[in-house]
Design a protein. Structure first.
Ligand code: NAP
Length: 296
């Protein structure tokens, strides 16, 4: 495993107070990175910081208040960043919602948070991104579950929440691959990674973090042959953000059966999320929906 020393590197993780985001923070901090925890709850962020410090006493951490469901909140967070950022892990995500659920700005909750929120964040962080910065979009196997139509990305939807979740993840991934094309030759890179099938009851326990009841954990043990904990789910994402063998345009995920678990490896994204035409149209639709524009 390619695990370079990360001292001197500053990495922002969104949704850093729970699940996979938390484990990204702990793994990055244990290798010496300075980590900014993008979190919408000060209380949950403080719990995560204490948990990391319990395992990495010299962890260099800073909490960045960040609500990806609010365009004003995203702008405030971006303007609060006063240091150079070497990598951003776009991890925060809403995994289920009703069609009526909305962000503060009236956008569909899953598309608005998972995709548009991250696009607005990266656009406004641009001046603080290092010359060789990496952006990692946390995608999902679910990106294949729904058609991606840029003209309808903010349109009302019906039917399964999982399908709309898949659409939000496909859009985030298409954004990262479009960023890869637009940053070509600049020294910056944009990648996707996914955690496989990562569940709380198989995750190492940390004080204050949800990992399920003792019974749930015991019942989950046999499933370890198929799925994994969120600690292991963070591995492909951290790899994409830090490894020297990870390159712009890559997609990383677990290498085991069905990509549910296992060591990080390069995996295949759908043609739809890699389509330059879709990426360009989605970019325009997102700028129109958010009112946020990229400088470059
Ligand atoms: N677990 C899996 O098997 C799996 C598979 C494929 C992809 N993923 C992706 O991996 C990422 C993490 O998943 P997880 O299982 O670790 O989820 P999780 O345990 O539910 O954690 C989600 C994180 O996102 C944060 N978040 C949600 N809405 C936010 C907002 N408006 N602003 C800021 N932060 C927000 C949550 O913060 P709060 O505590 O404040 O709610 C939490 O920190 C997600 O993007 C998910 O789509 C997960």
């Amino acid at each position: 495993m390619d695990a370079p020393d990360l001292r001197g590197r500053t990495i922002l993780v969104t949704g850093a107070n729970a699940g996979i985001g938390y484990w990204c923070v702990e793994k990055l901090a244990s290798r010496g990175a300075r980590v900014l925890l993008g979190c919408r709850s000060a209380e949950r962020a403080a719990t995560a910081v204490a948990a990391v410090q319990g395992h990495v006493p010299d962890a260099d951490l800073r909490v960045l208040p960040l609500d990806l469901g609010s365009l004003d909140g995203i702008a405030r967070a971006a303007s609060a960043v006063d240091e150079s950022i070497d990598a951003v892990i776009c991890n925060a995500g809403v995994k289920a919602a009703t069609p009526e659920a909305r962000t503060t700005d009236g956008l569909d909750l899953m598309v608005g948070t998972n995709f548009l929120g991250h696009l607005a964040l990266i656009a406004q962080l641009d001046p603080m991104l290092a010359a060789d910065a990496r952006v990692v979009a946390v995608g999902s196997l679910a990106h294949r579950f729904a058609a991606l139509d840029p003209a309808r990305i903010t349109a009302p939807w019906r039917g399964s929440s999982l399908r709309q979740y898949g659409r939000s993840k496909a859009a985030l991934m298409a954004f990262a691959f479009e960023l890869d094309r637009r940053w070509s030759g600049t020294g910056r890179s944009a990648l996707c990674a996914h955690p496989g099938y990562a569940v709380d009851p198989l995750t190492a326990e940390r004080p204050g973090l949800v990992t399920g009841s003792r019974l749930m954990r015991a019942l989950a043990v046999p499933t370890r042959v198929i799925v994994q904990g969120k600690d292991d789910g963070a591995r492909p994402i951290v790899h994409a953000a830090t490894a020297t063998d990870a390159a712009s345009g890559d997609y990383w995920g677990p290498g085991g059966l069905l990509e549910f678990r296992g060591a990080p490896t390069r995996v295949v994204a759908s043609d739809a999320v890699r389509s330059p035409a879709t990426g360009a149209a989605l970019w325009s639709a997102a700028e129109a929906a958010t009112g946020v524009r990229f400088a470059s």
